[in-house]
Design a protein around this ligand. Structure first.
Ligand SMILES: [Zn+2]
Length: 426
């Protein structure tokens, strides 16, 4: 299979990708779950405005930012009538994770020579803790100065998609279906698609560029429910409590011992799900316990819920008078279920990798993505690499060559979906 790079003689997009990336990471866009504003922080609006202005200067006049900070830009097909062509959505998120500061990010660009990377503040990215470094010798890496996260998650995705937009806008003969560029806010605090009416996107397929190392394709995520368990006891002065006090704290403790320890995140990995109590608050009179339920097999969430309800019944039997209420709410669903309805979403993603001699690495995410929510709402959305590493940490770095590969993969997807639509329609 020959390597069919889209721009065989033009390495200049490496420089353009890097320039964009360095510009974007220096704008503080940390999401804040404590804010109820939409988006949660004003920096996200600022970066969005820059993206709109850059898209306008590429000649994509319909680029705009809505009141929620979401940026959209659209190129109709140059092969078919708009109504006959597939619509491919490319998505990444503007915000960065609140786990580490995103203020005054000072990116450092280096060509990796092997061994540990010492950051300017003395922190070290060790090859022991970051085994993928051994495959990145000779590559251009972008790190922080050790004081902040980098924001490669997911400004690498933004830079990749903006370069795809540049290529398509400046090469009007490059065959394309309808292409929608979509930049969302507050993904890191679970609100990425909250303000989006997915059916209005009219998408056939979407790809998020929000994954790890070279060739990674995420085709499956957990399915997820959240549970709140409330224990209602009776408080009274302990001096006169005999046969009268009902201690909700003892109730919660008894309840927790009923949950199988082997279902905990501390004891599971790979394909196994878990049932995870993560927050507890209250006193003798009442206790509130929060849990998350996770499994790749959506049906197994029901077994986890049954386990909670049985534990509640047994605890009420053990502690007379204690009342327990179990409330379980759905959060997101494994994208694999939705991707089966549009097999071309994955088939063409794999084909795009093969055309570039990149071995696709199909990986499941032990968590959720915006793609799981988009897929659940009818828009099949696998996740592709954007060259991000050690995310949500001052040890974060991004790899320029992996970003360039992702850009090439994006353009191959554009071409493949353009051909695919023609084959289907004629
Ligand atoms: Zn991300």
């Amino acid at each position: 299979m020959p390597v069919s790079k889209v721009e065989p003689n033009d390495a200049s997009y490496h420089a353009k990708l890097l320039e964009r990336f360095l510009q974007y990471v220096q704008i503080e866009t940390t999401a804040n779950a404590d804010n109820s504003t939409v988006p949660s922080t004003p920096g996200q609006l600022e970066l969005g405005r820059i993206l709109v202005s850059q898209l306008h200067s590429l000649g994509i006049e319909n680029a705009h930012q809505d009141a929620a900070g979401v940026v959209r830009a659209y190129l109709p097909s140059n092969q078919l009538l708009e109504s006959e062509a597939a619509t491919v959505v490319f998505n990444s998120h503007i915000d960065t994770a609140p786990d580490a500061s995103g203020r005054n990010v000072q990116p450092q660009v280096l060509v990796y020579q092997g061994g540990d990377i010492e950051l300017p503040n003395g922190l070290r990215i060790t090859d022991q803790q970051t085994p993928e470094l051994s495959k990145l010798i000779g590559k251009t890496l972008i790190t922080t100065n050790g004081e902040t996260l980098l924001g490669g998650d997911d400004k690498a995705g933004i830079a990749i998609i903006m370069e795809i937009a540049r290529h398509l806008a400046t090469n009007p003969n490059f065959p394309r279906p309808n292409v929608l560029f979509l930049f969302t806010c507050d993904e890191e605090i679970g609100r990425g698609v909250a303000s989006i009416d997915v059916s209005n996107l009219n998408g056939t397929v979407a790809y998020t560029f929000d994954g790890g190392g070279r060739g990674v394709v995420n085709h499956a995520t957990f399915s997820a429910n959240a549970a709140v368990v409330e224990f209602q006891g009776v408080n009274i002065h302990p001096a006169i409590a005999k046969d009268r006090m009902i201690n909700a704290i003892r109730g919660a403790a008894h309840f927790l011992t009923q949950l199988p320890a082997e279902w905990s995140p501390e004891r599971t990995d790979g394909d196994d799900g878990f049932l995870h109590p993560y927050e507890i608050s209250g006193g003798v009179a009442s206790v509130r316990l929060r849990l998350i339920l996770r499994d790749f097999d959506t049906d197994k969430l029901l077994a986890q819920e049954t386990c909670l309800r049985n534990a509640a019944v047994r605890t009420e039997q053990a502690i007379a008078g204690l009342k327990i209420r179990v409330d379980v709410q759905p959060q997101y669903r494994n994208m694999e279920d939705g991707l089966r309805r549009e097999p071309r979403a994955m088939q063409l993603a794999i084909r795009a990798h093969e055309l570039l001699n990149i071995t696709p690495k199909l990986e499941k995410i032990r968590g959720g993505t915006d793609g799981s929510q988009l897929t659940a709402q009818g828009l099949p959305t696998p996740n592709l690499s954007s060259g991000q590493h050690n995310i949500h940490s001052p040890l974060e770095f991004a790899c320029l060559e992996e970003m360039a590969d992702a850009y090439e993969i994006g353009l191959q997807l554009v071409r493949l979906w353009s051909q695919e639509t023609r084959q289907v329609r004629h």
